[in-house]
Design a protein around this ligand. Structure first.
Ligand SMILES: [Zn+2]
Ligand SMILES: [Zn+2]
Ligand SMILES: [Zn+2]
Ligand SMILES: [Zn+2]
Ligand SMILES: [Zn+2]
Length: 469
């Protein structure tokens, strides 16, 4: 359900904001030059420009003709606010409006990649101006633009159109962001994101084809330990250092963050289970059953990391996991007993995994009497309020409530979490006070700036949207 960077490589953010070459993806010391046609994409030199031309031509022409349309200029320029805006909802509404103006005036469908270029276009964070709009304004005044957006010199991922707007944006850019754990600011998170992209690029051999790090420690805890008040650092830094041979004197931030991006799933499951159950009885069950709703490539490709659940509940003998969703692509070898680590094998523990290519409500219906209530239903980055995936959440939510199945939904960010929470409440769910909407202590440490937004971040399981039963 990753709708932010679908159709474009993960890690291409520097390209989209003009920090790296559109063709070779390199961030070089050489000054990049912009395409003379659209002035949107940048290249490190003529060789890369020529190599990319055939592929770039349709978008280049479309952007160029859009810029020439006087109706586009009128509509976009008149939508600009007179004063800088620091109200995020207002800014987002403006951007959405401007995007639909651009997309409708193109008068042809856009490809996913083109859409990504539109939605990641750098904008002034307090007035929404883009470089194209600045040029349009100048042309309307009969001049040529003598300025363009300036990036924040520290993070290079946020922009303003003038020193005065940087002044107005300072607090929002450098003060702690309420959308993030740990009180990070937008500028700090941006810098971490750039560092992470660089790490993922240089250490690509550690990552899988989706640029994920699939890692769990083989240590099995001697007993269940509450996760309250613990952090990624507390729980995993020592182990990941040992595992990858990183001395205490070297930083491990990006490695730990890469691991957290996938480990966030089992850790969120454990957190949810501990909150839904009043005592530790669940950690002493013979078998733990978890159903993952709306699963897709992410859960399937990371199936190994769920063994972490066994590693923190040493009295449980079997972990039963069902990955259910219309987007599930069943890998080979498919369902059944999964290989477990030597420590689990010695203890005779097992991990049984099943895939169901269907919506959850249809799966339950089909199972009929065979259906066994799970200990937890979880939907990662559910998007129940955004409807981007076509997954029919309304029907599923109704069923979950009717059967009183303990359920937890996570979301990429505050907006989606709040949106999902209101969908759940409207369906009659009474939300568990500890399970959102709130930032998820076990959300990923990685992230990306939110699509077509000047604020906010898109973090795997970054928010708990709501828990109910
Ligand atoms: Zn290049
Ligand atoms: Zn171009
Ligand atoms: Zn501005
Ligand atoms: Zn910055
Ligand atoms: Zn194990």
């Amino acid at each position: 359900m990753d709708n932010t960077i679908k159709g474009i490589e993960r890690g291409s953010l520097p390209v989209l904001v003009g920090l790296a070459c559109h063709n070779c993806y390199k961030e070089t010391d050489v000054q990049l030059s912009r395409c003379g046609g659209c002035r949107r994409v940048s290249y490190c030199g003529t060789e890369c420009r020529n190599a990319k031309w055939e592929a770039h031509k349709p978008m280049c022409k479309a952007l160029k003709s859009l810029e020439k349309k006087s109706i586009a200029a009128e509509m976009l320029v008149s939508s600009l606010p007179e004063q800088p805006i620091t109200n995020l909802a207002e800014i987002r509404e403006l951007i959405d409006g401007q995007l639909s103006i651009c997309l409708s005036l193109l008068q042809r469908p856009v490809t996913i990649v083109e859409h990504t270029w539109f939605t990641h276009e750098p904008r002034c964070i307090v007035c929404t101006r883009t470089d194209m709009v600045i040029r349009m304004e100048a042309a309307m005044n009969g001049t040529t633009a003598d300025r363009r957006l300036t990036p924040c010199p520290q993070c290079m991922l946020s922009f303003c159109c003038s020193p005065a707007h940087w002044e107005a944006a300072r607090e929002l850019h450098q003060g702690p962001s309420e959308d993030l754990r740990d009180g990070l600011s937008q500028c700090e998170k941006n810098r971490l994101i750039r560092g992470q992209i660089a790490f993922d690029t240089t250490r690509a051999s550690l990552l899988d084809r989706y640029r994920q790090l699939i890692w769990i420690s083989r240590r099995v805890k001697s007993g269940w330990v509450s996760l309250d008040g613990l952090s990624w650092q507390d729980e995993f830094d020592g182990e990941i250092r040992k595992s990858f041979g990183i001395p205490a004197t070297s930083p491990s931030t990006f490695l730990l963050a890469a691991a957290s991006d996938t480990l966030s799933m089992p850790m969120t499951i454990l957190y949810g289970l501990s909150k839904f159950n009043n005592d530790d009885g669940w950690t002493r069950k013979h078998a733990l059953t978890v159903h993952i709703l709306g699963a897709n490539f992410k859960e399937v490709s990371c199936s190994r990391v769920f063994e972490e659940i066994l590693h923190r509940t040493p009295q449980v003998k079997t972990l039963k996991l069902v990955m259910c969703g219309p987007e599930v692509e069943v890998p080979t070898p498919k369902s059944g007993d999964q290989a477990v680590c030597s420590n689990c094998a010695v203890l005779g523990r097992s991990y049984v995994l099943d895939y169901v290519v269907d919506t959850y409500h249809d799966f339950v219906k089909q199972q009929a009497e065979k259906f066994e209530d799970p200990d937890l239903c979880v939907a990662f980055n559910a998007g129940a309020s955004t409807q981007v995936t076509g997954y029919t959440w309304a029907t599923t939510i109704k069923l979950l409530l009717k059967r009183k199945l303990p359920t937890l939904l996570t979301a990429y960010n505050r907006e989606e979490a709040k949106g999902d929470a209101s969908v759940l409440r409207a369906a009659g769910a009474v939300l568990h006070p500890a399970l959102g909407p709130a930032t998820n202590p076990w959300g990923s440490m990685k992230g990306a700036p939110t699509t077509h937004s000047t604020y906010g971040f898109h973090v795997e399981n970054g928010w708990l949207a709501g828990g109910f039963k």
